[in-house]
Design a binder for this molecule. Structure first.
Ligand code: SF4
Ligand code: MG
Length: 315
């Protein structure tokens, strides 16, 4: 499969009081069409900034974003707009992407109008079909967003994101604000869309259980950098970075028959300020295995087995 998205050495630094907050610090990964990368990490680790930088909703400082063979960082104006229709975003708060003054139908039709697609009649049919696809039914077309529950609003947000037939969707904590019972429904919907339309997601979440369900591979982000990335089962069964191990330890899980529950030390201490990080490993202040070399030298992000990358001096 050819790669749909290749992100190389992406950087986004925010100046803060003559120093820099390295929100995205040299991030690289790639995705094939239909493949989903789960991106996990605590709040403040740069997950959303990374997602938005890839779509250029935030302008990155450096690096490449090669989407369908074209570096979209080099595109401007109309060219960028045309290319970006295939890259969409779903927000944590569905209302962030919906206009409260417009009906559900108008909200979903809006991107089609912006991109000058179809006649009025064709767009109406497309909207009805999208409502069916996301499980709402066409009869809600004239309702307004405020008449809906959070889960229904998220379905509308998803329909709107789907309107332009995207190949890639950044799903930024799309279920975090919903009730647990509703979360499962939305995650299943995203999974079904991935299978049906071969959509690739960058699925951002702090919930490792949700990520496991939807992802093909998983990346763990800490203070602006990916510290470990691996195919899903490899990451959950053979986590190598102390931070990944600690994150997994904090997930309650039922051991399978005959399998002993793996015990990893839970995370201690606060996440340090991402401004002006000390030299060496960015996890040193919370790592119980910290060695001298960790305080001096930043560990390289190395491939230790096929597709399994980790940045740690222990490995
Ligand atoms: Fe811990 Fe050192 Fe590995 Fe960083 S490089 S995670 S401080 S052992
Ligand atoms: Mg976020």
């Amino acid at each position: 499969m050819p790669e749909l998205l290749v992100v190389k050495n992406l950087k986004k630094y925010f100046p803060v009081r003559r120093k820099f907050l390295k929100a995205v610090d040299n991030v690289s990964f790639s995705l094939e069409q239909g493949e989903t990368l789960g991106l996990v990490g605590e709040s403040g680790s740069g997950k959303s900034t990374l997602g938005r930088s890839i779509l250029r909703l935030i302008e990155p400082d450096d690096g490449e974003i090669i989407f369908d063979g074209v570096d979209i960082r080099k595109l401007r104006g109309e060219e960028l707009r045309q290319r970006r229709r295939f890259m969409q975003i779903i927000f944590q708060d569905p209302l962030a992407s919906l206009n409260p003054m417009m009906t559900i139908g108008q909200n979903i039709e809006d991107p089609l109008i912006i991109h000058n697609i179809g006649t009025k009649e064709e767009r109406r049919r497309a909207v009805e079909e999208l409502l069916e696809i996301v499980g709402l039914g066409r009869e809600v077309i004239d309702a307004f967003p405020h008449e809906f529950s959070g889960g229904q609003q998220q379905r509308v947000g998803i329909a709107r994101a789907l309107a332009l037939n995207p190949k890639f969707i950044v799903a930024d904590e799309p279920v975090s604000s919903l009730d647990v019972s509703i979360q499962a429904q939305i995650v299943s919907l995203l999974y079904e869309l991935k299978r049906r339309f071969k959509i690739s997601y960058l699925f951002i979440s702090h919930d490792l259980a949700v990520v496991r369900y939807l992802s093909d591979k998983v990346a763990v982000m800490y203070l602006g950098a990916i510290v470990e990335m691996a195919p899903k089962e490899e990451l959950y069964q053979n986590p190598l970075h102390p931070y990944t191990r600690a994150l997994l330890a904090s997930v309650p899980k039922m051991p399978r028959d005959g399998e002993r529950q793996k015990r990893f030390p839970a995370l201690k201490g606060e996440i340090p300020s991402p401004i002006d990080l000390p030299p060496g490993c960015r996890f040193q202040s919370r790592c119980e295995y910290v060695m001298d070399v960790c305080r001096k030298q930043e560990p390289a992000f190395r491939e230790v087995s096929p597709g399994h990358f980790v940045a740690c001096h222990l490995v």
